[in-house]
Design a protein around this ligand. Structure first.
Ligand code: LLP
Length: 404
């Protein structure tokens, strides 16, 4: 996104031309950015040549999934719905991995019928359930077991998944026990060790610790895994101060790991592919005086973008039209929902805004629309994609009548 003559543009489009056509709030994605992000991952991990399975939960729009498929990525899914949508987008079953702690029978059956690459199991009970279904179907099913490496991802508590107190995966001891169970099974083929320690990771140290823990476990169980699925979690720069994960270093650490462990690497990135490709365009409804600050009340709310309310996450908010006003304001940007957590950001020194001005909430491509809800019976926003100088409608705005 750049300002041209003080007007905000995305991939050469003036955002003002978008709001002439559509009503806000609008999720708008940049195809160019998605492509760039995918290429960036491919380049950094060239030596590893991983299978990149896009984490569908980050953004499950069908149009987006189709673009991702065209870039030859696979998918990481966590529900029947996500699996069906990944298939609908044309993603090959042999590039799909199924994660999650609570897969139900129907989901496992469907995954087995579709011959997906891997079901990554997270408990003994789940393994036994997969085995039971595989036996009934007279099939041999490829599975992975998710390790809980007890690694602190040094990210937000709410999105950490790799510590022993978290519900995800199994600890080293149970892992070895499960390997022995699967080895004995005629209907299960143990192909993978999977791990995912959390999301929005900006520091390389947790990944180094994770790889150490994985190496230790592999040695202990003395088993040749065809795949090591390292999950996702690569963090992006929401603050716009260049604080992002050092992918080069991460790649070097994995290269070292591969010298000792001969296997194929799988990644499950979500945010690092789609996060900074999306913006939420919103309009100022009212501006109202508050205590020591003014409230800028937007037509986007926590139901449209949940991350600030749910995790205290920060998303930059920038104006469509930059002005060089001398008066610098203290603003709190809020939505119209009847909750005090329906607030996006408080900023000092903001340019003076007016009612009916338009703003852009940045970097909302990941876990923006996918976490959106109909709370307060608000329809979900429209989604569009800018691709090759064209605006493509990805999803119509919900109609109020659909909510009745
Ligand atoms: N693989 C597994 C097993 C996961 O649980 C996740 C994310 C990913 C991959 C993708 O992680 P990513 O590369 O996107 O960091 N709603 C939160 C994030 C929750 C992430 C859940 N799991 C947020 O808005 O920050």
């Amino acid at each position: 996104m750049i300002y041209k003559k003080n007007k905000l543009t995305l991939d050469r489009f003036y955002i003002s031309s978008i709001i002439k056509k559509y009503k806000t709030p609008i999720y708008c994605y940049s195809y160019q950015k998605i492509k760039e992000n995918i290429q960036n991952l491919k380049n950094h991990f060239k030596k590893i040549n991983p299978l990149i399975c896009y984490a569908v939960k980050a953004n499950s729009n069908l149009g987006i999934l189709k673009e991702i498929r065209k870039n030859n990525l696979g998918a990481d899914v966590v529900s029947l719905g996500e699996l069906m949508k990944a298939l609908k987008a044309g993603i090959q079953p042999k590039k799909i991995v199924f994660s999650g702690v609570g897969k139900i029978t129907e989901e496992i059956e469907f995954a087995i019928n579709k011959n997906i690459l891997l079901i990554n199991a997270e408990s003994e009970s789940e393994i036994l359930e997969i085995e039971k279904i595989a036996k009934k179907k007279k099939k041999i099913v490829n599975i992975g077991i998710r390790l809980n490496p007890n690694t602190d991802a040094k990210t937000l508590r709410q999105i950490s998944t790799g510590k022993k107190e978290n519900k995800f995966g199994v600890d080293q001891k149970i892992f070895s026990h499960l390997v022995n169970i699967v080895k004995k099974s005629k209907n299960l083929n143990l192909k993978c060790l999977s791990v995912h320690i959390g999301s929005q990771i900006l520091n390389n140290k947790p990944y180094v610790n994770m790889l150490k823990a994985v190496s230790k476990v592999i040695k202990k169980c003395n088993y040749n895994f065809e795949y090591i699925d390292l999950g996702g979690g690569m963090g992006i720069d929401y603050i716009h101060n260049n604080s992002k994960l050092n992918l080069k270093k991460y790649s070097q650490e994995i290269e070292k790991f591969l010298k000792v462990n001969n296997c194929k690497i799988i990644f499950e990135p979500g945010r690092s592919i789609i996060g900074n490709s999306g913006i939420l365009i919103t309009k100022v409804i009212y501006i109202k005086k508050g205590f020591k600050k003014d409230f800028v009340i937007l037509d986007a709310a926590m139901n449209d973008l949940m991350r600030p309310a749910l995790y205290g996450a920060t998303h930059k908010i920038i104006p469509l039209k930059k002005i060089n006003s001398k008066s610098k304001k203290v603003y709190e940007f809020v939505g119209p929902i009847c909750e005090s957590t329906d607030t996006f950001l408080t900023t000092k020194n903001y340019q003076k805004l007016h009612e009916k001005d338009y703003l852009v909430i940045c970097d909302v491509g990941a876990y923006g629309m996918s976490l959106a809800s109909n709370y307060n019976l608000r329809p979900k926003p429209l989604e569009i994609l800018i691709k090759n100088s064209k605006i493509l409608t990805l999803n119509k705005r919900q109609k109020i009548s659909e909510l009745m």
